[in-house]
Design a protein around this ligand. Structure first.
Ligand code: NAP
Length: 245
């Protein structure tokens, strides 16, 4: 059986990097997308290749329709197929709503929501042709609960959940499964932007009394990618240490 291929957006750092590493360990050819962190993407490629895996890196801003299209095209050219798409690329631009700048609304929706939609749009056709495929969209518990200072981010992540369910309904007929993961508070560059006292308050309110590790989100992505999840679609898997229970 030929190797399967997984494309992970925003895989140069954090959760995306952990997902790329885990899927490489599970035997997938990996396409690592990054936007600005070229050195980090190259070091990930080296790490995967030194462990015996196959990895291709592609620079693309997923919030640009044409670049998302080119990203999927380059994936298909590199490995002749796309079995798993993980829409992970994401940003925050937090602030109180009454003072939020238009740019902070637009960029967060553009990257987190439109980036996910664009990549799904272009991945859908080759997956339909293959009559199989897995799409995993990284949402957030904030898309389910909301959060002070994150109206723009919560809207983008709630949108990702709606898009996941709609795409699952539409693409299921072609054997394509579409699910979302809603992480809680995970130790990455993104969460390190939050003030220390606020971070501690979140940890204190989490049942397991700690932040999540990127590898723990990657394990959920590996499960949803696998045939063990063959009858799971349209779902949101919350991986949050009990944060929003
Ligand atoms: P991170 O450490 O800040 O990494 C973000 C990644 O996204 C980087 O690889 C970055 O690439 C990439 N990226 C950003 N904008 C992009 C664009 N326009 N096109 C392509 N790639 C882009 O963030 P993280 O914490 O790992 O977050 C990953 C995902 O998990 C995000 O969707 C986030 O919303 C979600 N999430 C995170 C947490 C958490 O607590 N950390 C919780 C819930 C959900 P470059 O460095 O190359 O620009």
């Amino acid at each position: 059986m030929s190797k399967k291929t997984a494309l992970v957006t925003g895989a140069s750092r954090g959760i995306g990097r952990a997902i790329a590493l885990r899927l490489a360990q599970d035997g997938y050819n990996i396409v690592v997308n990054y936007r600005t962190s070229k050195d980090a993407a190259q070091s990930l490629q080296t790490q995967i290749e030194e462990a015996g895996g196959a990895c291709h890196i592609v620079q693309a801003d997923v919030s640009e329709f044409d670049q998302a299209k080119a990203l999927v095209k380059e994936t298909l050219a590199a490995y002749e197929g796309l079995d798993v798409l993980v829409n992970n690329a994401g940003i925050t631009a937090d602030g109180l709503w009454a003072r939020m700048k238009q740019a902070d609304i637009d960029t967060v929706l553009d990257v987190n929501l439109k980036g996910c939609l664009y990549a799904m749009r272009y991945a859908a056709r080759p997956m339909c042709r293959a009559k199989s495929g897995v799409i995993i969209n990284i949402s957030s518990v904030v898309g389910m609960t909301g959060n002070v200072g994150q109206v723009n981010y919560a809207a983008s992540k709630a949108g990702v959940i709606g898009a996941t369910k709609a795409a699952a309904r539409e693409l299921g007929a072609w054997g394509i499964r579409v699910n979302a993961i809603a992480p809680g508070y995970v130790d990455t560059d993104m969460s390190r932007q939050v003030k220390e006292e606020y971070r501690q308050a979140i940890v204190d309110s989490t049942i397991l009394k700690r932040m999540g590790k990127p590898e723990e989100i990657a394990a959920a992505a590996a499960f949803l990618s696998s045939d063990d999840a063959a009858y799971i679609t349209g779902q949101v898997l919350v991986v949050d240490g009990g944060m929003v229970l």
